[in-house]
Design a protein around this ligand. Structure first.
Ligand code: SF4
Length: 378
């Protein structure tokens, strides 16, 4: 095992000018995409069954044992350019044992090596579990798509398969808000993500305000991915999405970092309305557009099987396993040989763009060959 030296200087603060999850940074630095980010799926259990869940079909009510953590840490240690890790599920904090035996050790490893960490949680578990992450975690990423507890009840348990009492849903909703406020007060960066979909597109400014009231320091906005449970939901038109983003930008708090990701608008578009929106976003204070990390600088590892995927949710088969391959080698194979990567692997430096998300490209631009396009109007 290679032993890489930990960073000794204090890490740079995450900010609109420093987002190590964005693959454009490593692409510019190395002149090619390299693996800088590893995401772990640490559970398929969850106490919720959201209408839009992009991994809904993988959720279970029981699960077996994970691979030994050491196997994963040994593989991580070999990743030469590692800068970030992300932990996802299911609900990663669902079992106290996962927090103690997997999540905290992974975060400790990240901290000691000087790399940044994120966890995706619904924040409805007891505070005592989250508190354990305070010394190590960089970003607590939550999903927030509601204007009240009724919305949460309707959206959060849509696929439960049985009725969930409204007061039970309200208890979880209030726990999430209270946990967010408390963790934020205790110094954790809460980054709340709202998806733009058929329910939220007219309510984004209201949702934004609630997110700030919860103490979140960053608001992320992404289109809904048309995957798993969400594949049965109506797809928003590009026009509705543009209108929703303009409305949010009109009303948002400009002092708060607003991160847009995987948007279906590109600098190579011939549409004036796309160029207008992109120009506005580039000019707005504290607004960033993150390129999609999936398959660009990140892979997902399933901690039960060791299988490696391009993302935790896309319906793309595993393309390697940590049992017999290094993560850097698996990533190079994906980059150089996989036909799906070739489809969206474009890059326009002046636009700061390295191509669309696979699902978004499929959803809105099935006929477009992005490799033949170039950014215009810059
Ligand atoms: S990198 Fe690809 S998607 Fe982005 S502007 Fe250039 S051609 Fe369009």
């Amino acid at each position: 095992m290679n032993v890489l030296k930990p960073l000794t200087s204090s890490p740079r603060e995450l900010s609109p000018s420093y987002d190590p999850w964005d693959p454009i940074t490593s692409l510019r630095k190395h002149g090619r995409h390299v693996l800088t980010s590893v995401e772990f799926t640490v559970t398929n259990l969850c106490n919720m069954r959201c209408e839009h869940c992009a991994v809904g079909d993988s959720l279970t009510s029981k699960e077996g044992d994970m691979l030994p953590l050491k196997n994963m840490l040994d593989r991580l240690e070999e990743v030469e350019h590692l800068e970030t890790i992300s932990i996802t599920g299911g609900e990663p904090m669902f079992r106290a044992g996962t927090v103690d035996n997997i999540i905290v050790p992974l975060l400790k490893y990240a901290k000691e090596r000087g790399i940044r960490s994120q966890i995706n949680s619904n924040l409805t578990m007891p505070y005592s579990r989250y508190e354990k992450l305070l010394p190590y975690l960089d970003v607590m990423h939550i999903s927030f798509n509601y204007v009240n507890g009724d919305d949460f009840h309707e959206v959060g348990f849509a696929n439960s398969g049985h009725a969930v009492a409204k007061d039970a849903a309200y208890r979880l909703y209030n726990t999430m808000i209270e946990n967010s406020r408390r963790l934020s007060e205790d110094g954790m960066l809460i980054s709340a993500e709202t998806m733009i979909n058929y329910r939220t597109h007219t309510k984004l400014p209201e949702i934004h305000k609630l997110i700030l009231d919860m103490g979140a320091k960053r608001h992320e906005v992404h289109p809904m991915y048309n995957s798993s449970f969400a594949s049965a939901l109506p797809v928003l038109s590009l026009n509705e999405m543009r209108t929703a983003i303009h409305a949010l930008l009109d009303k948002r708090d400009p002092d708060v970092w607003m991160l847009f990701g995987t948007l279906p608008f590109f600098a190579c578009s011939f549409l004036e309305e796309d160029q207008k929106l992109l120009s506005r976003m580039r000019a707005e204070k504290n607004v960033t557009l993150r390129n999609d990390p999936d398959g660009r600088n990140r892979v997902n590892v399933n901690m039960f099987t060791g299988d490696v995927f391009v993302t935790d949710f896309a319906d793309i088969a595993a393309f390697g396993n940590i049992d017999n391959q290094k993560l850097d080698d698996i990533f190079i194979d994906w980059q150089t040989k996989h036909p799906l990567n070739q489809k969206v692997n474009c890059y326009c430096d002046a636009a700061g763009c390295c191509g669309p998300n696979l699902l978004v490209a499929d959803m809105y631009y099935p006929e477009v060959d992005f490799k033949t396009r170039k950014a215009i109007n810059l």
